[in-house]
Every structure is written in structure tokens, then in C-alpha cells.
Design a protein. Structure first.
Length: 320
């Protein structure tokens, strides 16, 4: 998206996809941790980038939520676009964040706790600072470091895309989550989304109000996403906060203008733009390897495929 707004992009990530490398001015593929995140080699690489390209602003993607200390160190090297490092670090402790929201009168959140509930059949186990859903599993299960419990809610899973500027927070769109893996291992992992153009008015207003409230209470800035479970009467319950630009931003034709607002910390004024929604629904689907395989040399990818691995890349079972 940075290229779409004529920004020079230097990318540090864990995949090194072919199409990303073709668009970026420079790219660096780092070795992932066991939690598929970043470690201190990120900071050393950033220092090298800044020496070569000068002091560049940083747009944070996924993979850093689990290491708030890295975010703090990163902010000392270069300015972070969007939510500040201190506020990002505060969001690491999801049970504490949700408890604080409830105390401030936001009751559209499920019960979240760190101690085992008396009966675990209606609960999920999640992990602090993780994204993408691969860490989510049904209770009862073995607890690991940074795990917590969240009461399971019945309903459809949707997400809201927001841009919080100095003056106000705008709801940019509502998306419906896609699911093709069925019930069992991996059922909670992010599998894709589709834009939802015909959002019921009451639900849209509720999502907009919740986003504005969360942005104020959590001091969010720039583009962010919220995940909800919606019941039959279209009441949304907040289940996750994604404090950086989510993957669903790519579904919108004005994503470049939204990205510019994120980088420049300005308000999104809808009246200054044409409709954010596409003329028809837009969707993306994340495919995960059913078994370990190696990308054949000269493999012909469909035109719509993105995040393409390079020839000869070994894709481990369960990886995107």
C-alpha cells in the first residue's frame, strides 16, 4: 500500500514474498521465533536500514504484538505511525484491558479471566499478544505462558475497520469472516474475509460507536481493527482489538488514501472521498498447506494470487 501512495517502502518481514519484494525499494526476511514473531535481530536490521535510507517512519504490522519490549525499543530508533509504543504495550494484557473497558461502562465484551473457570466447556483459551487466531483453542486444554480464558459467544464473527485521527474515529467498513476449515484444529485461525455492503443500520451504528469508544479508552491512533461476535438481534460483542492496520484494509479500493491517513496521523473525512466500498463485494481467502510441500520451479500462480512464495520455497504443513 505504501507504493500505491508513492511512498518508498523498505519491508522487514518473516516471509519475503515474491510480489512484496518486487514492489519494495528493499526488503529483509528475518527468521521467525517459535511464536512466529520477531526477536532482537529486528532492531539490528532496522539500525542498518536507517543508516542506509535515513530516518524513516515505521508502519507496524503483525508479529510484534507478543513482544511489547521490542516495540518500545523500535520507537526509540524511529517514529511509529499510528498507535504509540506505550499504548501498544498496554494492549498486551488483554484480560486487564477488557476488565478496564467493563469498569468504564463498555459492557459489550465477554467475560475474560486468567484463572480457570469452574466449568470450562463454554470457554476459549487465548494467548496475550497474539494475532491470526492460531493460538485460540477450546477449553479445557493445557495452559501455556500468557494464556487466558475468554467466554465463548455464539453468533457470526465480523470485523470493523477504523481510522482514528486527532478529532474523531471513523468506521471505514464492516467485514464478514470466512471459514472453510470446519470444526476442529485450526478452526479459529484467520481464513479470510469479505466486505459487507448491506450492513444493518443498527449494527453499523453500534460498531461505529464501539470503535470510537475503544479508540478513546485505549488511545488508539491511525488504522486499526476490532473483531466482534454478532448475535441474532445484531448486537456486537467485542472479542479482539487489532491495534495496527489489519489484513482487511486490502479489500477496499481507497486503501491507499486510508494508508496515507494512517502515516500522516490525519482524520479520515468521508465527505472528501468517494465511497470506500467497492461496487461489488471484495474478498480474500488465506490458504494453508494441508501437508509440507515445496513450490515447484516455474509454478504458474493465478493472477489474483498474492503473497506468493518464491520457487523452491518449502511450505510447512499448516503454514499459509
Amino acid at each position: 500500500m505504501s507504493v500505491e501512495v508513492s511512498y518508498m517502502a523498505v519491508v522487514l518481514d518473516l516471509f519475503g514474498d515474491v510480489d512484496m519484494r518486487a514492489a519494495a525499494q528493499a526488503s529483509y526476511r528475518l527468521r521467525p521465533t517459535a511464536e512466529f514473531g520477531f526477536d532482537s535481530t529486528l532492531l539490528a536490521t532496522v539500525r542498518g536500514v536507517l543508516q542506509q535510507f535515513g530516518r524513516l517512519p515505521v508502519v507496524v504490522g503483525s508479529g510484534l504484538e507478543h513482544t511489547p519490549e521490542l516495540l518500545t525499543e523500535l520507537s526509540r530508533l524511529a517514529p511509529l505511525c499510528g498507535t504509540g509504543a506505550d499504548n501498544l504495550a498496554a494492549l498486551f494484557d488483554t484480560p486487564a484491558v477488557f476488565a478496564a473497558l467493563q469498569k468504564k461502562g463498555l459492557h459489550h465484551v465477554p467475560e475474560t479471566r486468567v484463572t480457570p473457570p469452574p466449568s470450562q466447556s463454554a470457554w476459549l483459551i487465548k494467548r496475550r499478544g497474539m494475532s491470526g487466531g492460531s493460538h485460540v483453542r477450546s477449553a479445557p486444554a493445557q495452559l501455556e505462558c500468557d494464556d487466558y480464558y475468554q467466554r465463548r459467544l455464539d453468533g457470526a464473527v465480523i470485523s470493523g475497520l477504523y481510522c482514528a485521527g486527532p478529532a474523531h474515529c471513523a468506521l471505514l467498513g464492516v467485514n464478514q469472516m470466512l471459514s472453510y476449515r470446519g470444526v476442529g484444529a485450526g478452526q479459529y485461525i484467520y481464513q479470510g474475509a469479505t466486505t459487507w455492503r448491506a450492513v444493518p443500520s443498527a449494527l453499523q451504528q453500534a460498531c461505529a460507536a464501539l470503535g470510537a469508544r475503544v479508540a478513546v479508552e485505549c488511545r488508539l491512533s491511525g488504522v486499526f481493527g476490532l473483531d466482534f461476535v454478532v448475535n441474532d438481534d445484531h448486537t456486537p460483542a467485542l472479542i479482539d482489538i487489532n491495534s495496527r492496520p489489519p489484513a482487511t484494509l486490502a479489500l477496499y479500493p481507497l486503501r491507499a488514501a486510508v494508508f496515507r491517513a494512517h502515516v500522516t496521523a490525519t482524520d479520515w473525512i468521508s465527505e472528501q472521498h468517494s465511497s470506500l466500498d467497492p461496487e461489488g463485494d471484495s474478498a480474500h481467502l488465506i490458504l494453508y498447506a494441508e501437508q509440507t510441500w515445496q513450490v515447484p520451479h516455474g509454478f504458474s500462480w493465478p493472477a489474483a494470487a498474492s503473497d506468493r512464495p518464491f520457487d523452491g520455497e518449502i511450505i510447512e504443513r499448516g503454514s499459509p
